[in-house]
Design a binder for this molecule. Structure first.
Ligand code: MN
Ligand code: MN
Length: 480
C-alpha cells in the first residue's frame, strides 16, 4: 500500500504558490510565538480580527447565539477555544480540532539567579521530553511573564531582536571530555546542569549601593540590577512604571528559555522549514486557519488549543481540566436551554481530530522505524489510528468505522494522507490529548504533520504536509 508524495499534485498547477504562501504565514507565526501565552494571544487577536467575540462579552450582553456566530474563550492566557456555531443543534455534536500550544523547553526556577566563580547563571528545570545534550552551546532567548505584587503583570522577550543579548548553556571542551564521552547519552548533560550563563561583570566598586563594598556575589548583584533595568524599560512601554522590582519577583514569574532566532526555509528547494516548536504549532496554526474559514457550518466547528500536553495534559490549562467542558456548557446556555443531559449529548455526539505531530521516518535512524507504517515527510497528512507505547498502552484507539469516515472525507476532497504509528513496536512511543476527548465518549482520531528531530531545539517539517493538514482540517470541519 504505497502512498504518494503530495508535491506531485502541486507541481503542475498554480496551487504550488498557495503551498508556499501558506508556509510564509506559518513561519512568521512560529518565529513570533514561542510560548503558549504568545500563541494564545496571537490566536485571540486573529479571532477578534475575524469577527469572533469572547464568551464573556456574549454572556454580559445576554446575546443569543445563532448559526454563523463566532465566539472564543481563553483560559488563564494559556489556552483558547474557538467556536463557529453550526446550523444543527449543538446536542447533535460538534466537529472539534484539538491541538496543543506548549512545546518542550527550559523553565527558570523560582529562585534562579546565582553566581559561581565570577559568572552569573539562571538555573532551569526542563519542561517536557528533551534530550538534554541538545540544549547546550546554542543561542537562547527568554520569553516570560512577571506577575507583580501590585496585581499587574508584564510580558517580555529578550534575545530575539538583533540588538538583544542572547544566553547560552556551556559544554565541556573535547580536549577534557575523556570522562564525559564515556557516559550514557542521557547523562552527558544532566538536568541539574542546565544553567544559563547570563553575565560576568562585577558590580562597580564606586557604586553608591550600600552593598557595593561587599565582595560576595558582586556579578550576581550587577546582573540583577541590569535585569531590573530591563523590567523597568518594559514597564515604561506599557505606561506602568511605578513598580520597584526586586529579586523576589522571580518567585511569581514564568520565564521560558527557548532557542533564539526565526524559523527558516530549509533545503535548496525551500521545501522544508527548520524552526523551534513545530510540535505542536504546526498543527495549531492550520487548525485555527481552518476554523476561521468556517462560515455557517452544518455542525458547530471548534478549534481547541491547549497547554501542558508535553507534561501529560495535567493542570488547569491542560486537556484534563474542566475548562473545555465548562465552555461548551456556557455555549449551550447561550444557544438555548442548558441542561446537563444536553451537554453530555453535545460532547458524546462530537467528532474530533486530535491534531498532533507524528514522528517522521528518518532514513539515518531507520532501525527505529517500521517502513510500512511510518509517516513520511512530503506524503501529506499523517493519521494515527492509535498512539501509545508497549502494546498501545495509554492510547485512544480510534474505531475502524470512524477511520473509514475520516478516509472518506479526505478521499472526497483530494487530500493526500498516510497512516502511521510512532516507530517500531516496543521501540518507545508517546501519547496525545486524544484519549481525553475519548473520555467524553466521542469519536476521535490522531492526525497531524510529520516532524524530523521532534522535541529538539530546532525541528523540521515539510511545507506540503502543513498545507495538506490545513486542507484536511477544512474538509473535516465542513463535512464530518
Ligand atoms: Mn505534540
Ligand atoms: Mn511533543
Amino acid at each position: 500500500m504505497e502512498r504518494n508524495y503530495a508535491w506531485k499534485k502541486y507541481q503542475d498547477n498554480k496551487d504550488m504558490k498557495k503551498v508556499m504562501d501558506f508556509a510564509e504565514g506559518y513561519k512568521s507565526f512560529l518565529s513570533e510565538c514561542k510560548t503558549e501565552r504568545e500563541c494564545c494571544k496571537f490566536f485571540e487577536k486573529k479571532a477578534r480580527d475575524n469577527g469572533f467575540i469572547s464568551i464573556e462579552e456574549a454572556i454580559d450582553k445576554g446575546k443569543k447565539l445563532k448559526a454563523g456566530d463566532r465566539v472564543y474563550a481563553t483560559n488563564m492566557g494559556k489556552e483558547i477555544a474557538l467556536f463557529v456555531i453550526g446550523k444543527e443543534d449543538i446536542a447533535d455534536g460538534m466537529n472539534i480540532l484539538g491541538a496543543h500550544i506548549d512545546s518542550p523547553r527550559l523553565d527558570l526556577k523560582q529562585n534562579p539567579l546565582y553566581e559561581d566563580t565570577g559568572m552569573a547563571y539562571l538555573d532551569t528545570h526542563y519542561y517536557g521530553g528533551i534530550k538534554k545534550y541538545q540544549w547546550v552551546t546554542m543561542p537562547l532567548a527568554l520569553h516570560g511573564t512577571i506577575a507583580k505584587t501590585d496585581g499587574t503583570s508584564i510580558d517580555f522577550v529578550i534575545g530575539e531582536d538583533e540588538e538583544d543579548p542572547v544566553f547560552c548553556i556551556t559544554d565541556l571542551l573535547p580536549h577534557l571530555s575523556a570522562d564525559q564521552l564515556t557516559k550514557e547519552a542521557k547523562k552527558v548533560i544532566e538536568g541539574e546542569d542546565l544553567n544559563i550563563l547570563v553575565g560576568s561583570i562585577p558590580q562597580d566598586n564606586n557604586d553608591n549601593d550600600k552593598d557595593a563594598k561587599a565582595t560576595k556575589d558582586t556579578v550576581k548583584k550587577n546582573i540583577l540590577k541590569i535585569i531590573i533595568d530591563y523590567m523597568n524599560s518594559f514597564d515604561k512601554k506599557t505606561g506602568n512604571g511605578k513598580y520597584e522590582y526586586k529579586e523576589e519577583d522571580f518567585m511569581s514569574c514564568e520565564v521560558e528559555v527557548v532557542p533564539a532566532g526565526k524559523a527558516r526555509d530549509m533545503g535548496f528547494d525551500r521545501s522544508l522549514i527548520l524552526g523551534y516548536g513545530h510540535d505542536d504549532r504546526v498543527c495549531s496554526y492550520p487548525t485555527v486557519e481552518a476554523v476561521l474559514r468556517a462560515k455557517k457550518p452544518r455542525r458547530t466547528v471548534c478549534g481547541l488549543l491547549v497547554d501542558k500536553e508535553e507534561i501529560g495534559s495535567v493542570g488547569a490549562t491542560g486537556m484534563s481540566s474542566r475548562f473545555f467542558e465548562n465552555v461548551v456548557a456556557e455555549l449551550i446556555n447561550l444557544t438555548g436551554d442548558y441542561s446537563d443531559l444536553y451537554l453530555r449529548r453535545a460532547l458524546s455526539n462530537s467528532y474530533a481530530i486530535s491534531s498532533d505531530v507524528s514522528g517522521g521516518y528518518d532514513s539515518i535512524y531507520s532501525s527505529a522505524f517500521e517502513k510500512n507504517n511510518s509517516a513520511y515527510l512530503g506524503k501529506g497528512f499523517a493519521v494515527n489510528k492509535y498512539t501509545g507505547a508497549r502494546g498501545k498502552s495509554g492510547s485512544n484507539d480510534a474505531s475502524a468505522e470512524y477511520m473509514g469516515k475520516i478516509r472518506g472525507i479526505f478521499e472526497g476532497n483530494d487530500i493526500y494522507f498516510q497512516t502511521a504509528e510512532l516507530g517500531k513496536v516496543d521501540q518507545g512511543g508517546g501519547g496525545t490529548i486524544a484519549y481525553i476527548f475519548g473520555n467524553y465518549n466521542m469519536n476521535v482520531i490522531d492526525g497531524g504533520v510529520a516532524v524530523l528531530s521532534m522535541h529538539a531545539p530546532f525541528e523540521v517539517i515539510s511545507k506540503v504536509d502543513l498545507y495538506e493538514a490545513y486542507k484536511a482540517y477544512v474538509a473535516f470541519a465542513q463535512e464530518a
